[in-house]
Design a protein around this ligand. Structure first.
Ligand code: RFL
Length: 396
């Protein structure tokens, strides 16, 4: 805390209480680095926001090593297989038997966020809920700052030695980094559904259908996520329940393999597949992590895992900088993260190409379809392709 000033201050001001911000703050707190998390939403909202569910072994290792795996140990379920269904039949990959034999742990993101908040508060960390960072500045000065507006509209200037931009793909932090951006709008939209029903299969199901992708991912013993590729111009209301179940049945080939489990639809939303990568992911004393640093399509379940990996690297670099004044690791942060981000992007893109049919007006549609079936054939028949898949799917 600064002496002789009314301006509140901390060593690290973390913008955003998603997986990136909360893992970072927990690690900083455990290392004795003073930090404050600012979250524009209320606690109940972030603790109920259902998104990702698949944690990589690396993410689980980070959480375990830092005492953040209590809930995960009790309610997380290991998951080791996925299945592609297409007109050519089905290809099952048990990745516990492939690559390095590693598996996913299924643990819904909202439960992880709930655990991380509880643990941070237990460690004495501070979170300002219902508080929005409306501006940031002083990034090249000793004391960068953020302007914070609370739920009543009162504004406070908050200072820190470093700002961590963990405020997601639409936050304010990324726009303050004058980075080169590489962007791809895939022109693909998914209808994302959360359904009160147990998953029908032990596998993640990928329906590789000529009319569009359909997916089924387990979330908990009685909740399943479904995805349906839909017309990018469509709205959520264009899909009534009858149409949703009919399309899931068709694209996941219910006549051959059985119908996906039905149940009340708890939540529905649209996800536009868009990828963006910033380079660098830091500017002065502002450092980005998670979706703020890179937007990645959910096709390969990499977003939350990247967020955790970056938070770990950032926590280490910030701890050294705050405790010793040595900023060497901090200056290298972006260069350390980018190879990881690029690999995750590349594999997600590989998945996007595999899962989605070419656009109807694509003059090279026939060629694209041929590539898709060759890729599926390789996964069915080539041991090295199966290992490549397992390594990238579970790893990175
Ligand atoms: P988050 O989780 O978006 O958190 C950012 C937080 O910042 C807050 N915020 C602000 N706070 C203060 N001031 C401001 N100005 C602020 N602006 C924003 C927000 O309220 C929010 O709480 O980002 P973070 O921490 O980087 O975590 C990233 C992950 O949430 C994201 O990558 C994943 O959810 C992506 N994702 C998946 N990732 C996986 O690894 N596996 C999956 O299976 C998976 N499935 C998914 C997904 C994302 C989805 N959607 C809807 C985006 C499924 C879906 C449907």
């Amino acid at each position: 805390m600064p002496v002789g000033t009314n301006i509140p201050a901390t060593a690290v001001l973390v913008l955003g209480a998603g997986p990136a911000g909360l893992v970072l703050a927990n690690l900083l707190c455990a290392a004795g680095v003073d930090c404050v998390v600012v979250e524009r939403r209320g606690r109940a909202h972030v603790e109920q926001r259902a998104r990702a569910g698949f944690l990589s072994p690396d993410s689980v290792d980070v959480l375990r090593a830092h005492g953040l795996d209590h809930g995960l140990r009790h309610a997380g379920r290991t998951h080791d297989r996925c299945e592609f269904r297409s007109a050519a039949g089905r290809v099952e990959l048990r990745y516990s038997e492939l690559g390095r034999g590693r598996v996913h742990t299924v643990y819904p993101q909202q439960l992880l966020v709930t655990d991380l908040i509880a643990e941070l508060l237990r460690r004495g960390g501070r979170i300002l809920f219902d508080t929005t960072a409306t501006a940031i500045g002083g990034l090249h000065e000793e004391r960068p700052w953020a302007l914070l507006r609370d739920a009543r509209g009162a504004e406070t200037r908050y200072e820190a030695r470093y700002l961590a931009g963990c405020d997601g793909a639409r936050g304010i932090a990324r726009s303050a980094v004058p980075a080169a951006t590489a962007v791809r709008d895939h022109g693909i939209t998914w209808l994302a559904l959360l359904v009160q029903a147990p998953p029908t299969s032990h596998s993640v199901l990928y329906g590789v259908h000529g009319d569009g992708f359909a997916g089924q991912m387990p979330r908990s013993p009685d909740v399943t996520r479904y995805y349906l590729q839909c017309d990018p111009a469509a709205g959520v209301d264009d899909w009534d329940e009858q149409r949703i179940w009919a399309e899931l049945d068709r694209r996941l080939d219910a006549p051959r393999y059985g119908a996906p489990a039905r149940g009340p639809i708890l939540e529905r939303g649209l996800v536009r597949l868009r990828s963006e990568i910033l380079d660098p992911i830091q500017h002065g004393r502002l450092l980005l992590a998670g979706d703020a640093a890179t937007s990645i399509s959910p096709s390969a379940a990499k977003g939350a895992n990247l967020a955790i990996a970056e938070a770990r690297l950032l926590a280490r670099a910030l701890t050294t900088a705050v405790h010793t004044g040595d900023e060497t690791a901090l200056h290298r942060y972006s260069a350390d993260c980018l190879p990881l981000i690029r690999r995750a992007q590349e594999f997600s893109h590989w998945m996007i190409d595999l899962l989605h049919p070419p656009a109807p007006d694509d003059p090279e549609a026939a060629y694209q379809r041929m590539l898709r079936s060759a890729r599926l054939h390789s996964l069915a028949t080539s041991e090295s392709h199966r290992h490549f898949f397992a390594d990238n799917y579970v790893g990175i």
